[in-house]
Design a protein around this ligand. Structure first.
Ligand code: BG6
Length: 489
């Protein structure tokens, strides 16, 4: 309102995430008039910088996503005028007190709402939270903190992080981001299921044969080896992004769309999942590969990665949900870097038609003839349903066709970046898309025993060439459950 302000402090302002995602998302929100009337943005980091230097740095990251947009440059100027910089140590209450002084000047006596975005390495999370809450929290409005993974690296370290955060913050002040929840098609899952008649009645073991959650990148760790080697693909993608999608996919109908109701259902279904076991997991690591005269590096060629690293850059896993709806249905996850293609999809394979009259038309490979619902999260967002259809003509021949909702063809509006939605929700206090601490605990409980076993027994990943389809083992794992991986391309 008129008499309140929001200030957003990006702690770790010169880092990669801030430059690539946070500042551009804030600008996009500003451009769309979604930010409150009175707002200020502060960059906070250790290096010395003037406001002007920060603005120059930020301005390089801003784009008007649709280039023909009107008055984009004016808007950028206006946005940059609201950006300021404060340098300081992450563990210095004094520096945060200086920030506090500046924030107060900008607030000019209005109600002060303060958001801190922790875009810093996890080893300084607690220092920052401590100093910010002691020296720079709001006295008459709200103070919120956005944190992003890694939230520890197993159940114990995650619980310790939560305990430490809660020394300084209430749970409802903590906004744990999983940016996959901000993706358009992930948010749409609940609309698809709960506002259409034709999906939800089929959404169970009775009609669904298996579900696949696939994440694939066609590039390696590219300079992030230092971070990545300590975590690996299971912690980087599966335990959070893919598991969150699975929870939304498989949860029961929530009481309402309120954040607490939705998150209650997510926790419930996470707790019904069986912890992963080694027998149901395949890990891989990419090795170098030469193609068309170009040579692509191995994971261990990354200078920040030890030569004998066993860290997986690929993993496939089967997960089971022990409840009435999903008993026996394999949920197969696959995530990998340096693969042949880039994309994220949810693929739902339905069961065979009992007593199918057209059985003969499908030859011997009946599995290929079942319906499949594909939710293409990215790139080129789409939802399509594979159906069997008569090829027009006098004969009786069938083929597979798609009922296709292709976003680019159906909607002219550009899809916002996940961070835009999430930042806006955090500013508005909408917690639906943020991870509650009990969800986080449940997610770690599923993966921690497996991660320990992999690491304690030094299980070697299967090597796969950069740019390939990943380890063959993933196909055997799927075959064990009568599943054939869907093809992303
Ligand atoms: C991050 C992971 O959370 O998600 C990265 O740490 C990964 O390793 C990225 O590349 C993928 O996000 P997106 O939105 O580009 O699919």
């Amino acid at each position: 309102g008129e008499d309140s302000t929001v200030s957003i402090t990006v702690v770790g302002a010169s880092g990669d995430l801030a430059k690539k995602k946070i500042f551009p998302a804030l600008f996009a929100l500003f451009y769309e008039d979604c930010l409150p009337k009175h707002f200020t943005i502060f960059g906070y980091a250790r290096s010395r910088m003037t406001d002007g230097e920060l603005r120059a740095m930020v301005s390089k990251t801003l784009t008007c996503r649709i280039d023909k947009r009107e008055n984009c440059n004016d808007k950028m100027e206006q946005f940059l005028e609201r950006c300021f910089y404060q340098s300081g140590q992450y563990n210095s209450e004094g520096s945060f007190a200086e920030l506090n002084k500046k924030l107060k000047e900008h607030e000019a006596g209005r109600i002060s709402n303060r958001m801190f975005y922790l875009s810093v390495p996890p080893n300084v999370f607690i220092d920052v939270v401590k100093c910010a809450s002691k020296s720079a929290s709001s006295l008459n409005g709200w103070t919120r903190v956005i944190v992003e993974k890694p939230f520890g690296r197993d159940s114990e370290s995650s619980a310790a992080l939560t305990r430490n955060l809660k020394q300084y913050l209430e749970e409802d002040q903590i906004f744990r981001i999983d940016h996959y929840l901000g993706k358009e098609l992930v948010e749409n899952l609940s609309v698809l299921r709960f506002s259409n008649l034709v999906f939800e009645p089929l959404w169970s073991r009775q009609y669904i044969r298996n579900v696949q959650l696939i994440f694939s990148e066609d590039f390696g760790t590219e300079g992030r080896g230092g971070y990545f080697d300590n975590y690996g693909i299971i912690r980087d993608i599966m335990q959070n992004h893919l598991l969150q999608i699975l929870a939304l996919f498989a949860m029961e109908t929530p009481v309402s769309l309120d954040a607490e109701d939705i998150r209650n259902e997510k926790v419930k279904v996470l707790r019904c999942m069986k912890p992963l076991i080694l027998d149901d997991v395949v890990i891989g690591q990419y090795k170098s590969h030469t193609k068309g005269g170009i040579s692509y590096p191995a994971y261990i060629d990354d200078k920040t990665v030890p030569n004998d690293s066993l860290t997986p850059t690929f993993a496939a896993a089967a997960i089971f949900i022990n409840n009435a709806r999903w008993d026996g249905v394999p949920f197969l996850m696959k995530a990998g870097k340096a693969l042949h293609t880039k994309g994220a999809q949810i693929r739902v394979q339905f069961r065979h038609v009992p007593g199918n009259l057209y059985k003969k038309s499908f030859g011997t490979d009946l599995d290929r003839a079942t319906n499949e619902l594909v939710i293409r999260v990215q790139p080129d967002e789409a939802i399509y349903l594979k159906i069997n259809n008569k090829i027009p003509g006098l004969g009786m021949r069938l083929d597979r066709s798609n009922l296709n909702l292709h976003y680019a063809a159906r909607y002219s509006k550009e899809i916002p970046d996940a961070y835009e939605r999430l930042l806006l929700d955090a500013i508005e206090g909408e917690r639906r898309l943020f991870i509650r601490s009990d969800e986080l605990d449940a997610a770690w409980a599923l993966f921690t025993p497996l991660l320990k076993e992999l690491e304690e027994n030094k299980i070697a990943p299967e090597l796969y060439p950069f740019g390939s389809r990943g380890p063959v083992g993933a196909h055997y794992l799927a075959a064990k459950y009568n599943v054939r991986w869907g093809d992303l391309s």
